[in-house]
Design a protein around this ligand. Structure first.
Ligand SMILES: Cc1ncc(COP(=O)(O)O)c(C=O)c1O
Length: 343
């Protein structure tokens, strides 16, 4: 029985055509800046998203944390949402490495409330730590993979520049936002640094890209080395990342798969007593369980049928659709969601 893993898009495995890239990659020592495959990928990503420079890093976490190390100094603050990845899911790296605090701001589907930012900034002038960075996520994971509009990010950036602070975008799933709703790619115009991941829905096995100004990337290279992230013939990995980026349009199929299952759930009144489904136009469905309903039982029932789902919190189950879920799998998944919810 095939296991259908809907816990995350990080579980995707590289296809043969991606692995084949590694065999043909032109290589060099990237610590000398001499790996042509890495250099090409860095330049290509910088150009695609409107930045001066790029740095291939091992993970999204590394890209996020290097950015905080550069933008902040110990004891200063980072504005973000209470549920952001950079604050909650990076194993305390921000307090361990850059020794910063997070200042939480209310948001709607990941879009930070600009009035709240302004008010927090005013209040920070007396008796409060200095705010140095605003970290935003696009798409916003905790809101179900919601897209934060480019225009909103531009407004936040414009205020940030007025008061002289930096914007970092955790764009682990940025391409879902760009291809999904927001066709604008010029993120260099609305942020000081940005990370996106190749190793999630794009389907590469390893790697993320960190983007910024030339000066920022020179400093980032230093921090990457300090963190043990300097690599040698890393074109082997970068070649696969590059191919996954070329195939990026296929993530739109994941959006369609999620929508298909969401429509199925929405049409069935039988689910009303158990949970309400939310879909934010990308590759995820969040099932919000009613008070008293047991989300863990639902997960266990699905697992017995070889369908894995993710528990976000006691009341929220996540289903993430990706390239390794076929159309036939979708039929099976719908059937099992239905039967697992009736037990
Ligand atoms: C929104 C977001 N940011 C950052 C990361 C970190 O990426 P990585 O697992 O490559 O460190 C993740 C990982 O799932 C994520 O979902």
């Amino acid at each position: 029985m095939k296991l259908i893993d809907l816990r995350s898009d990080t579980v995707t495995k590289p296809d043969k055509n991606i692995i084949e890239e590694a065999l043909q990659a032109e290589l060099g020592d990237d610590e000398y800046g001499e790996d042509p495959t890495v250099n090409n990928l860095q330049e290509k990503c910088a150009e695609l998203l409107g930045f001066e420079s790029g740095l291939f890093v091992s993970s999204g976490l590394m890209g996020n944390q290097i950015s905080l190390l550069i933008h902040n100094s110990p004891g200063t603050e980072v504005i973000t949402t209470s549920d952001s990845h950079i604050k909650n899911y990076e194993h305390g790296a921000a307090s361990f490495l850059s020794r910063v605090q997070f200042r939480e701001i209310d948001h709607k589907d990941g879009a930070l409330n600009l009035d709240s930012i302004k008010s927090v900034y005013e209040k920070s002038k007396v008796h409060k730590p200095q705010i140095k960075t605003i970290a935003q996520e696009n798409t916003h994971l905790a809101s179900g993979g919601s897209i934060v509009s480019y225009n909103h990010l531009a407004e936040v950036y414009s205020f940030a520049k007025e008061i002289g602070i930096n914007i970092h975008i955790d764009g682990a799933r940025l391409w879902h936002a760009i291809l999904g709703e927001e066709s604008t790619t010029n993120y260099g115009n609305i942020s000081d640094s940005l990370t996106f991941c190749f190793s999630k829905a794009l389907g590469a096995p390893i790697g993320s890209m960190l983007l910024g100004s030339k000066e920022f990337i020179t400093e980032a290279r230093e921090y990457r080395k300090i963190l043990g992230g300097g690599m040698r013939q890393v074109g082997v990995i970068a070649s696969m990342a590059n191919k996954s980026l070329d195939l990026r349009e296929r993530i739109l199929e994941d959006h369609q798969k999620a929508k298909d299952v969401f429509d199925f759930i929405s049409e069935k009144q039988e689910f009303d007593g158990l949970f309400k489904a939310e879909y934010k136009n990308t590759n995820m469905i969040f099932l919000k369980f009613n008070d008293g309903a047991n989300s863990q039982n639902f997960i266990k029932n699905l697992e017995k049928e070889s369908v894995l789902s993710g528990l976000i919190n006691d009341k929220t189950v996540r289903l993430v659709f990706h390239k390794d879920v076929s159309t036939d799998d979708l039929v099976y998944v719908k059937e099992k969601i239905y039967s697992s919810s009736l037990i």
